[in-house]
Design a binder for this molecule. Structure first.
Ligand SMILES: Nc1nc2c(ncn2[C@@H]2O[C@H](COP(=O)(O)OP(=O)(O)OP(=O)(O)O)[C@@H](O)[C@H]2O)c(=O)[nH]1
Ligand SMILES: [Mg+2]
Length: 419
C-alpha cells in the first residue's frame, strides 16, 4: 500500500544543502581548497546520515494503541525506564482504576441494577456487602457526599514507594490517593456477580478493556511496595496531548518515531510532523466496532477510524510515503466477538460472516479499510493484526514492518524494481 504516486523525491533538507554547496565559489589557494573539500565531506556525511534516517509517524484515532506501540519501541530498542518514570506510572495506574470505577458505577446506576446488587452476598471472609461498597464508592467518587472519616488511612504508617508524583498531574494524584482509601470496597464490588454483568456492557461507557487486569490485581496495586512492571506500563493509559518523538538506532539506521494524540481536538497538531515522512503506521482498534468515540458519543469508533484512514491515505503529504495498517487489540476483539455480534452494529449490518468468528471478522474489517483507498495498490504485507500490549507479537510485527519500510523506500526511490 505505498499510497499514491511514486515519483522519487529528494528530502527537503538534502535539497537545501545541495544548493548551498553549488553556490560556494571555488577557491584558488590550496589551503582554502583543502578547507573547502573538508566542508564538502562534512556536508556529504550529513546528507548521507539524513538519507539513512527513517522518519516514522504513528497515526490513528484516540485509544487505538499508538502510544502503546511507542512504548514497545522503547522496550525493544531503547533504554530502561527510571524509577521516577515508574513512580509516575504507579500514580497513573491507580488513577486508571478510579476512572474505570467511576464509569462502571455510573453505568450500574444508569442500568438501574442497584436492587439486583442488593441481593449479592457479602464476601465469605465477612465485611461489607457489595451494595455497601457501592454506596461508599458512589458517595466519594461520583456524588461527592462521602465523609472522609469513613475512609481508611492509606497504607497506615508504611512508606508508599509510588507516593505523590507531581509529573502525573493534580487530578491523577488525587485519584491515586482515593484509590488507596477505597481499594478494599472496590475489590468487594468488582468481585460481585452484578458487577460482572455491568462489565459485559462496558462499551456503553468506554471503560478501557485492558484495565480489567488492574481491577483483578488490586491488592498488589495497593501495596506500599507496588512498583509497576513493564506490562503494567503498557496497560497504563495516558491520553497523548502533544507530539512526542524518540530516536532509535537499529542495525545502523536511525529511526525517528513520532507519536501524536488521536482524539479529534489533538489532530490539528498532526500537520506539524507531516514533512518528509518515510512511513506512517496507521493504528486502528479492531475491538472498537461496538463503541462510540470518547469525544463524540454518536460516532462509532470504527467508522471514525475508517474515515481517518481514508483521509490519511489520500493526503498529498503522504503521496510518497509507505502506509502500514495495524489492526490492533486483536485480543480484545477475539473476546468481545463472543458476546457482541458485528452484524448488530448499524454501520456493519452488511457483515456476512457467522457470529463469533475471528477470521471472518478480521477479513471483513480488512476489506473495509481496503475500500477506503482510491487506487487498489494495496499490498497485504502492509497490514498487521496486532496486540500492542504483547511484546513478543510487537517484536515480530515491528521487525517485519522495518524490513517492509526499507524495501518500499528503496523501491520508491528507484533502487529496486516495482514488482
Ligand atoms: N488489551 C489490549 N490493550 C491495548 C492494546 N493496545 C492498546 N491497549 C490499551 O489501550 C489503551 C489506549 O492505548 P494508547 O496507546 O494510550 O492509545 P493512543 O492511540 O495512544 O490514544 P491517544 O493518545 O488518545 O491518541 C491503553 O490502556 C493500552 O494499554 C491491545 O492490543 N490489547
Ligand atoms: Mg497516545
Amino acid at each position: 500500500m505505498g499510497c499514491g504516486a511514486s515519483q522519487p523525491e529528494a528530502p527537503a533538507g538534502a535539497a537545501a544543502s545541495e544548493s548551498a554547496v553549488q553556490r560556494r565559489p571555488v577557491p584558488d589557494d590550496p589551503a582554502e581548497m583543502a578547507k573547502s573539500s573538508g566542508i564538502d565531506r562534512e556536508l556529504d556525511r550529513a546528507r548521507q546520515q539524513e538519507e539513512l534516517k527513517v522518519k516514522l509517524l504513528l497515526l490513528g484515532a484516540g485509544e487505538s494503541g499508538k502510544s502503546t506501540i511507542f512504548k514497545q519501541m522503547r522496550i525493544l530498542y531503547g533504554s530502561q525506564r527510571s524509577d521516577d518514570d515508574l513512580r509516575m506510572y504507579g500514580v497513573v495506574i491507580r488513577s486508571n482504576v478510579i476512572t474505570a470505577m467511576r464509569k462502571l458505577c455510573g453505568l450500574l446506576r444508569a442500568l438501574e441494577m442497584e436492587g439486583q446488587l442488593g441481593e449479592d452476598p457479602a464476601p465469605e471472609d465477612g465485611g461489607m456487602t457489595p451494595k455497601g461498597a457501592y454506596d461508599l464508592i458512589v458517595a466519594h467518587l461520583i456524588d461527592n457526599t462521602g465523609n472522609p472519616d469513613d475512609l481508611e488511612t492509606p497504607n497506615g504508617d508504611s512508606k508508599d514507594w509510588v507516593g505523590n508524583v507531581a509529573r502525573a498531574g493534580l487530578g491523577a494524584n488525587n485519584d491515586a490517593k482515593q484509590f488507596l482509601q477505597l481499594w478494599k470496597p472496590i475489590k468487594i464490588l468488582w468481585d460481585s456477580k452484578t458487577m460482572k454483568e455491568v462489565w459485559s456492557k462496558r462499551a456503553q461507557v468506554n471503560v478501557i478493556d485492558g484495565h480489567k487486569e488492574f481491577l483483578q490485581d488490586l491488592t498488589r496495586l495497593a501495596s506500599p511496595n507496588f512498583k509497576p512492571t513493564t506490562q503494567d506500563v503498557l496497560l497504563a493509559r495516558v491520553k497523548t496531548t502533544q507530539v512526542v518523538m524518540e530516536r532509535y538506532r537499529i542495525d545502523g539506521i536511525e529511526f525517528e518515531m513520532y507519536d501524536v494524540g488521536g482524539q479529534r481536538s489533538e489532530r490539528r497538531k498532526w500537520i506539524d510532523c507531516f514533512e518528509n515522512v518515510d512511513a506512517v503506521i496507521f493504528v486502528a482498534a479492531l475491538s472498537e466496532y461496538d463503541q462510540a468515540l470518547a469525544e463524540a458519543k454518536r460516532t462509532n469508533r470504527m467508522v471514525e477510524a475508517l474515515d481517518l484512514f481514508r483521509s490519511v491515505c489520500n493526503n498529498r503529504a503522504f503521496a510518497n510515503t509507505s502506509i502500514m495498517l495495524f489492526l490492533n487489540k486483536k485480543d480484545i476483539f477475539a473476546e468481545k466477538l463472543l458476546y457482541s455480534d458485528i452484524a448488530t452494529q448499524k454501520p456493519f449490518s452488511d457483515y456476512p460472516g457467522p457470529p463469533k468468528d475471528f477470521n471472518n471478522g478480521v477479513l471483513y474489517f480488512i476489506q473495509k479499510f481496503k475500500d477506503c483507498l482510491i487506487d487498489d495498490d494495496f499490498n497485504d504485507s502492509f497490514i498487521h493484526v496486532t496486540c500492542a500490549t504483547d511484546t513478543n507479537n510487537m517484536e515480530f510485527v515491528l521487525d517485519s514492518t522495518r524490513t517492509i519500510i526499507m524495501t518500499d523506500n528503496l523501491r520508491r526511490s528507484g533502487f529496486l524494481g516495482s514488482g
